[in-house]
Design a protein around this ligand. Structure first.
Ligand code: HEM
Length: 478
């Protein structure tokens, strides 16, 4: 076995420069430049970023090998410098290696206390309430005949869903006059982690903080940690809970029960992951979906007609309606195919040498799965660049749950997004409520075909220019 492993070669890839390797060949849109390179070098390709060997996976077959067959060995994490700078890597569910007992404990806790069917049922009313508030806000915009930044508004909704689940209170506001500190910190942290950062590839220069990334990361993260600490202190001092039990109560009970394993610092870092993982991702998908629908008015009309049929023209969309709205679900899948918020998933790491489709993935290599490219590969998808939700309504059923490797926006295997179940309730509910309550048009007479779809790569793949859209009254109470 040993000699076989030794003879296995690294996957092919473009030649790189001494020391820096391929860093400067990647540019500002790595998912696109890596897609171009994989057309030349194949679906298992290797590059070098500084000292870091990186293997890029670009086909469903290769993704299955990485995320299923060799899942155990390839579920480590490459730690990015900003994460290290706030000491997040030793406590965070998102960054601990999957071999760590603490990672397993957090996955178990989140699966049982947050994302189980029973918990999702218990938090349904929170999602409904917060989405209704979004519609009320949109009604005010509609009355004034103004346009609205779709991502920003749905970010507030997502943030308030999470903050009410944990703390029974709103931390976001639609009113631009209120303090946006926490809201803005979450966005800035996501941007900061996603910035091109030489210190990710040359750890020794991290302390120089040449790009000011560590400083930014620390300032914004401290804002979040201080807010979380405030809630924890208030709960500790409360004699008996005034409210119904929320998730912070459950977490604090867990600390009492698992005293030696978990402490308050662990809770703060867990909350940090949940607030980062569960806000920007959702709102980005809503924004891309609305942008695609505004560019494809017939598709939007079809989705709205389905809702009129199922919910009734004057009804309010309930979460339980979503399962009866197959076209809406297809719109969400189609958006996730073309615009996965994590185009390269999160950076995996090989814990040992392993062979993938005949090539060596060496121990400590970074492994990135280009789900963005897989979603647009014309050998897999007909009219791959077109927004056609209908593709999901005929033929074999394709799911996003990590079983169909041609569509894996949440990843697959042991590192699959733990928040997938709640995201697949929240995103369709927000979208359905927006579409059912209003007609939509672009601002300043922009025509559907004139809407730009430029994207900016970061920890999530954003629309470069925020989508501003105008809600238009649909019916008497709309
Ligand atoms: C449409 C919405 C979402 C998408 C597309 C998405 C996608 C992803 C992806 C691609 C990963 C990395 C998987 C990998 O490493 O292979 C991930 C991880 C993660 N997501 Fe999500 N996510 C979404 C919503 C959420 C929500 C709502 C939450 C929490 C409330 C959440 C929490 C997390 C956490 C904590 C991780 C790290 C898990 C780990 O490393 O073990 N995500 N997500």
């Amino acid at each position: 076995v040993r000699s076989q492993r030794r003879s296995t070669a690294l996957p092919p890839g473009p030649p790189g420069w001494p020391i820096i390797g391929n860093i400067f060949q990647i540019g500002k849109a790595p998912h696109r430049s890596l897609a171009d390179l994989s057309r030349i070098y194949g679906s298992v390709m290797s590059l070098r970023f500084g000292s870091l060997t990186t293997v890029i996976i670009s086909s469903p077959e290769a993704a299955r090998e990485v995320l299923k067959t060799h899942d155990q060995v390839l579920s480590g994490r490459i730690i990015l410098d900003p994460i290290r700078s706030i000491d997040h890597q030793d406590v965070s569910m998102a960054w601990l290696p999957s071999t760590s007992p603490r990672w397993r404990l957090w996955r178990k806790i989140s699966a049982t206390h947050m994302f189980s069917l029973q918990c999702l049922d218990a938090t349904k009313s929170v999602r409904m309430k917060k989405v209704n508030e979004l519609v009320t806000f949109m009604r005010e915009i509609c009355e004034r005949g103004e346009s609205v930044d779709i991502a920003r508004a749905s970010f507030v909704t997502s943030l308030n869903i999470i903050s009410n689940t944990f703390f029974s209170t709103d931390l976001g506001s639609y009113d631009p006059r209120t303090s946006m500190e926490l809201q803005e910190s979450v966005v800035r942290i996501m941007e900061t982690i996603g910035k091109p950062n030489l210190a990710n590839y040359f750890p020794l220069i991290g302390f120089l903080d040449m790009q000011g990334i560590r400083k930014e990361m620390k300032v914004c993260s401290d804002i979040l940690f201080t807010v979380f600490q405030g809630f924890i202190d208030a709960r500790k001092n409360e004699k008996s809970s005034q409210n119904e039990i929320d998730l912070l109560d459950s977490l604090m009970n867990l600390v009492k029960e698992n005293g030696s394993e978990l402490n308050v610092n662990d809770i703060k870092h867990f909350l940090y992951d949940m607030f980062l993982g569960g806000t920007d991702t959702n709102s980005t998908v809503v924004e891309w979906a609305m942008a695609e629908l505004l560019r494809n008015p017939k598709t939007m009309a079809k989705a709205q007609a389905e809702m009129d049929d199922v919910v009734g023209p004057n009804g309010v969309v309930q979460e339980s309606d979503i399962s009866d709205l197959p076209y809406l679900q297809a719109v969400v899948k189609e958006t996730l195919r073309l615009h996965p918020p994590g185009p390269l998933l999160a950076p995996h790491k090989a814990e040992t040498n392993v062979e993938v489709l005949g090539f060596l993935v060496p121990k400590n290599a970074q492994v990135l799965v280009n789900v963005w490219y897989i979603g647009r590969d014309s050998s897999i998808w007909e009219n791959a660049e077109r927004f056609e939700p209908e593709r999901f309504l005929s033929g074999r059923e394709i799911d996003v749950k990590g079983r169909d490797f041609e569509l894996i926006p949440f990843g697959a295997g042991r590192r699959i997004c733990p928040g997938m179940s709640v995201a697949m309730k929240t995103v369709p509910l927000i979208l359905a409520s927006l579409l059912h309550s209003f007609h939509w048009k672009l601002q300043n007479g922009v025509l559907p075909e004139g809407l730009d779809m430029d994207e900016s790569f970061g920890l999530t793949l954003h629309k470069t220019n925020p989508l501003y859209a105008v809600p238009v009254k649909k019916r008497a109470n709309g």
